[in-house]
Design a protein around this ligand. Structure first.
Ligand code: DHB
Ligand code: FE
Length: 288
């Protein structure tokens, strides 16, 4: 049986990818941010999974106003880093896991969540920056530590899914993983956020108090956090802060959601402002 061993939560910011790709991680602006991920890179070496199920959002890269899937699961064999305007990031291609991804699609759709099935797409900074942060720098002709199943959520074009729906979906994903025959160690990653707003009168908004409260609630009271309406995210965490609903999918996939005796172990917690226009938050939870 496959099982979910841990969940990882992290912001993505395109400038973090640029700092890595241009060798700037030791510069004064960036060093405190990358130091906050040193534990995580070691943890990843010590706890290498067989597959990462990576929840992220596409930023009008693979999708556009022509086609807006709310939830899209990558069932393909591989995905190339996208060209977001400055050429593709010099990082390895992402190798998928079509067998597990197809099984999850079958199971989750039969649990009444409508997923779009994607066999071909390029992956943007929403997916590659979290991989770089946690797995460390990888040469473009190298490989990421394990296969990755991309799971894209629409948080860009309204209407976006509610926190409650994301949380429930996470529970369905755990059931799907646990009904896969092969003995696989799967990590589930929730990415995006934390508070940021990139445009309009409130551009530059950061809300440290709200972000830290979100992290506390995510760890200890995820079912209560799931009830927060999307307007609160936008009001408190800015228009792009809505990316945080994706963290509830990964949290909903943890064991304690059905079994309160299995509270997750907090292996690492980090918060840093700013990275470009964004407050960076990061958590590693292991199933207890
Ligand atoms: C920034 C953050 C994002 O989440 C994003 O998708 C693009 C830019 C930023 O802070 O610059
Ligand atoms: Fe983003």
């Amino acid at each position: 049986m496959a099982r979910i061993s841990a969940s990882v939560f992290t912001s993505h910011v395109p400038a973090i990818g640029v700092a890595i790709d241009q060798g700037k991680t030791r510069e004064a602006y960036w060093q405190p941010l990358f130091d906050g991920y040193a534990y995580s890179r070691q943890w990843m070496r010590d706890n290498r999974p067989d597959v990462i199920f990576l929840i992220y959002n596409d930023h009008a890269t693979a999708f556009s106003l022509d086609l807006i899937p709310t939830f899209a699961i990558g069932t393909g064999a591989e995905y190339l880093p996208a060209d977001e305007g400055w050429g593709p990031r010099p990082v390895p291609k992402v190798v998928g896991h079509p067998q597990l991804a197809s099984h999850i699609a079958q199971s989750v759709i039969q649990q009444d969540f409508d997923l779009t099935i994607v066999n071909q797409m390029d992956v943007d900074h929403g997916l590659t920056v979290p991989l770089s942060l946690i797995c460390g720098e990888q040469p473009a002709d190298g490989a990421w530590p394990c296969p990755v199943i991309p799971f894209a959520v629409n948080v860009v074009q309204y209407p976006v899914p509610s926190g409650q729906r994301c949380f429930n979906l996470g529970q369905a994903i755990r059931k799907a993983v646990e009904s896969f025959d092969e003995d696989l160690n799967v990590q589930i990653w929730g990415t995006g956020g934390m508070s940021h707003q990139l445009q309009g009168a409130r551009a530059g908004l950061i809300n440290q108090e709200w972000d830290n409260c979100f992290l506390d609630q995510l760890i200890h009271h995820p079912a209560t956090l799931a009830k927060v309406p999307h307007i609160d995210y936008v009001r408190e965490a800015g228009s792009e802060g809505i990316e945080l609903v994706m963290w509830l999918i990964a949290r909903g996939a943890m064991a304690d959601v059905d079994d309160p005796a299995r509270a997750p172990v907090v292996k690492h917690r980090f918060y840093h402002v700013p990275a470009s226009n964004t407050a960076v938050g990061h958590l590693i939870l292991e199933n207890g």
